[in-house]
Design a protein around this ligand. Structure first.
Ligand SMILES: NC(=O)C1=CN([C@@H]2O[C@H](COP(=O)(O)OP(=O)(O)OC[C@H]3O[C@@H](n4cnc5c(N)ncnc54)[C@H](OP(=O)(O)O)[C@@H]3O)[C@@H](O)[C@H]2O)C=CC1
Ligand SMILES: CC(=O)[C@@H](O)[C@H](O)COP(=O)(O)O
Ligand SMILES: [Mn+2]
Length: 360
């Protein structure tokens, strides 16, 4: 029986994790839950799963992780506010099932160096796919990692046609049902940019050997290319319960979590290059990832501010990337420490607010 602490229990990842656990109560026991502001749902979940420890907000979530013993901490909080809980999970010795990619990206080497080998198990579908493909080969035989991107709701559009995009249109993801921030990030391709940095940090592959291809069906979740020209791809229907369950039970699979692909009817899988002129986010993320230090934290913080401003009707859709670019250009990086991160993020949020103020 694995004891699970679930952070972000009220969100898309959190509720799907509880579905997996509910269907496999003989394998998993929830010993702690943390949420943000949705107290009603969190308390209902605690009652349903007999959970005694419940926390609200990121600081309480980190304290919960320090106080309650668990085998696995699933971090499904949104945003870089998840960094404290991520570090607490690593310090506790539990396996960290990581959906909250932002904490790894902003923390960079601070997070990686705190983790024991194999302690971080990715929940993000692309990184779960890569982790699965890597189980069968030597690391020295890896040529490239190829991340798939759905392309989002605006695939094929010109930049000019995106000027008047509404929040509702940006939230119409073609293949996944996710929270507001990641869905918006998928539409701008910022999500894929963050995932390139995430892949570099998780798998230690340099940025010039991490590629992105657009795959609108979201069936192939990513691939590993090996030095002999062979490629291993992981394929399954777009259902996050699969990578969630694998991370909770790593390295073992949980039977019957999802439906396999249907081979009795015709289907087509497409792959196409990313249009980096219209969607520059991946190239921007590669540059900030390679520059390192406080740059990834600033990139992420500026994006978080811009996304909220877009949904509040303060800025237009194209302003999201413009705000990030301007803030990143103005940044003077410092070496990584928790204090430096705190200062850089605070600076980036204030700077983003002042840039977006000029675009009202
Ligand atoms: N959804 C998906 O399919 C995927 C998600 N991810 C990643 O997983 C993470 C969660 O995404 P998703 O589930 O979609 O997001 P949601 O917006 O659906 O859920 C976010 C969760 O985080 C909680 N939360 C927000 N702020 C705080 C805070 N300050 N302190 C504590 N908890 C907080 C929310 O609580 P409340 O609702 O109570 O306020 C909610 O439980 C993100 O990092 C995302 O990038 C990665 C791959 C796929
Ligand atoms: C399900 C998942 O892992 C998301 O991060 C997904 O990748 C988003 O889809 P995009 O490929 O559109 O960013
Ligand atoms: Mn993903």
């Amino acid at each position: 029986m694995r004891k699970i602490i679930l952070l972000g229990s009220t969100g898309s990842i959190g509720t799907q994790a509880l579905e997996v656990i509910d269907a496999n109560r003989d394998q998993f026991e929830v010993v702690g839950l943390a949420a943000g502001s949705n107290r009603v749902l969190a308390e209902e979940q605690a009652a349903r799963f007999g959970v005694q420890h419940i926390a609200f907000g990121a600081e309480q979530a980190a304290q919960l992780v320090r106080d309650v013993s668990a085998d696995v901490v699933l971090n499904g909080i949104t945003g870089s506010v998840g960094l404290g809980p991520t570090l607490a999970a690593l310090d506790s010795g539990a396996v960290l099932a990581l959906a909250n990619k932002e904490s790894l990206i902003v923390g960079g080497d601070l997070v990686v160096s705190r983790a024991a080998p194999g302690q971080i198990v990715p929940v993000d579908s692309e990184h779960s796919a890569i982790a699965q493909a890597l189980r069968s080969g030597e690391r020295s035989e890896v040529g490239r990692l190829v991340l798939t991107a759905s392309g989002g709701p605006f695939r094929g559009r010109t930049r000019e046609s995106l000027r008047d995009v509404t929040p509702q249109q940006a939230l119409a993801h073609p293949t996944w049902n996710m929270g507001l921030v990641i869905t918006t990030n998928s539409s701008t391709l910022v999500n894929k940019g963050l995932e390139v940095i995430e892949a570099h940090l998780l798998f230690g592959v340099p940025y010039d050997r991490i590629a992105v291809t657009v795959h609108p069906q979201s069936i192939v979740h990513s691939m590993v290319e090996f030095v002999d020209g062979s490629t291993l791809a992981q394929a399954s229907p777009a259902d996050m319960r699969l990578p969630i369950s694998l991370a909770l039970n790593w390295p073992h699979r949980v039977s019957g979590v999802g439906k396999p692909l249907d081979w009795t009817t015709s289907s087509t899988w497409n792959f196409e290059p990313l249009d980096s002129e219209v969607f520059p986010a991946v190239e921007m993320a590669k540059a900030v990832g390679a520059a390192g230090r406080t740059f990834p934290a600033v990139f992420n913080a500026a994006n978080e501010q811009a996304v909220l401003a877009f949904h509040a009707g303060v800025i237009g859709y194209l302003d999201i990337l413009d705000v990030i670019e301007e803030v990143v250009q103005r940044h003077e990086p410092t070496d990584l420490s928790l204090d430096a991160l705190h200062d850089a993020e605070g600076w980036a949020r204030r700077e983003a607010d002042s840039v977006l103020e000029t675009r009202r």
